[in-house]
Design a protein around this ligand. Structure first.
Ligand code: GLU
Length: 415
């Protein structure tokens, strides 16, 4: 049976690259384990007057290349193993992009769709309080992830700042502009993904303009991918959210779908399009498939039926290890998550740097620098994959793990 435990997947991916590069077994052993695991209880008084305790996690996987970095997600199904995997992926993501960070991830097991704004604020503030000793601009810097947003970051920044008795904008990224956020951060994950797709298509002698695109997930990454891909002249033929998907071979207009989702709460039943399940959506014929939702979407069960020319993993861990092998055999190119969705953390790094120096860049400057970093990483990963005849994921992992291993070697073990 194929494992759907994301931490087991993350360990397998590490094993694979370790074998390939003959990684020093001592360094391999160190990298299997997160540096710090925090599990906290978050008691809050719900709107009905009753006390309820939520569980929160913060996992710091590695800090050899710099302070740890990674988002906070609010999701009912998160487990410690999810957060451990996501933290490890952040280490590789920051390394392959050349950012001066290690990796971390946090989560609260809760269903924000069933909570009031007031309850979400209380959870955020108490969670921040519990992890306060472990985070900070030079230590560990959270950011938004699934079902968290700039408002969540504003509450985190405020809570941390109140404990410090001065404003500490650099403690989190993905903040609103008014309190030290960066231009371009909202769209950064999607913009980075489309830069990567554009670049890899160029190497393939293809073009995004005029191509058909399918997007699974309509959160921050998915909805902005729709907008930016459309601006680049692609035809977006299907999109979905957690309630289901819509398909129109003639294309779906971003502004109209966005307005419809705002009004009805879902993209489902969008006029002029056919409703389709999330499962069927992944199997549509298209030039580019962008999974922008959760883990374990492309598995051995459906990998044989995927009809996309190119997959850009905007979600973290959407493809299982066995599915990735099937796709490789079928010559379906996959831009791995640690490159395809890295735009978010790249602009997070810009936001953090702007906070530390107290001087801000224009949106053009942010997007130009994002493009430079995405193109550089794509080129490096692409060239290595051609040279060694391996898939892009293994190539990206080789670049990332070698960089982290070098840092581990140089710093040595303390004490
Ligand atoms: N949550 C995003 C990710 O998975 C962004 C993390 C960050 O900006 O620190 O990459």
């Amino acid at each position: 049976m194929e494992t759907h435990n994301p931490y087991q997947l993350a360990l397998k991916q590490l094993d694979r690259v370790a074998r390939k590069i003959k990684l020093d077994p001592n360094i391999h052993e160190k990298l299997k384990y997160p540096k710090t695991l925090l599990i906290v209880s978050i008691p809050i008084i719900m709107d009905n007057g009753k006390l309820k305790v939520f569980t929160g996690y913060r996992v710091q996987h590695n800090i050899d290349r710099g302070p740890s970095k990674g988002g906070i997600r609010f999701h009912p199904d998160v487990t410690l193993d999810h957060v451990k995997a996501l933290a490890m992926w952040m280490t590789w993501k920051c390394a392959v992009m050349g950012l001066p960070y290690g990796g971390a991830k946090g989560a609260v097991a809760c269903d924000p769709k069933k909570l009031s704004i007031r309850e979400i604020e209380k959870i955020t503030r108490r969670f921040t309080t519990e992890i306060t000793p472990f985070i900070g601009p030079r230590k560990d810097i959270p950011a938004p992830d699934v079902y968290t947003n700039p408002q969540t970051m504003a509450w985190m920044m405020d809570t941390f700042s109140m404990h410090s008795a001065h404003a500490v904008p650099g403690v989190v990224t993905g903040k609103p502009l008014a309190i030290g956020g960066s231009f371009g951060r909202m769209e950064a994950t999607a913009r980075g993904c489309i830069f990567a797709v554009d670049e890899i298509m160029k190497y393939l002698g293809k073009e995004l303009r005029g191509s058909t695109v399918v997007i699974q997930g309509y959160g921050n990454a998915g909805s902005f991918a729709h907008k930016i891909a459309q601006e680049k002249g692609a035809r977006i033929i299907a999109v979905s959210d957690s309630k289901g998907g819509i398909f129109n071979p003639d294309g779906l207009d971003y502004e109209q779908v966005q307005a419809f989702k705002k009004k009805t709460g879902s993209v489902k039943n969008f006029p002029g399009a056919k409703n389709i399940t999330n499962k069927k959506l992944l199997e549509l014929e298209c030039d580019v498939l962008i999974p922008a939702a959760l883990e374990n979407q492309i598995t051995v069960e459906n990998a044989g039926r995927i009809k996309a020319g190119l997959i850009a993993e905007s979600a973290n861990g959407p493809t299982t290890e066995a599915a990735a092998r099937i796709l490789f055999r079928r010559k379906i190119l996959v831009i791995p998550d640690i490159v395809a969705n890295a735009g978010g953390v790249v602009v997070s790094c810009f936001e953090w740097a702007q906070n530390l120096m107290g001087y801000f860049w224009t949106e053009e400057e942010v997007n130009r620098r994002l493009k430079d970093i995405m193109v550089l990483a794509c080129r490096k990963v692409w060239e290595l994959s051609r040279e060694k005849r391996i898939d892009l994921r293994l190539a990206a992992y080789i670049v990332a793990v070698e960089r982290v291993a070098e840092a581990v070697r140089l710093r040595g073990l303390y004490p």
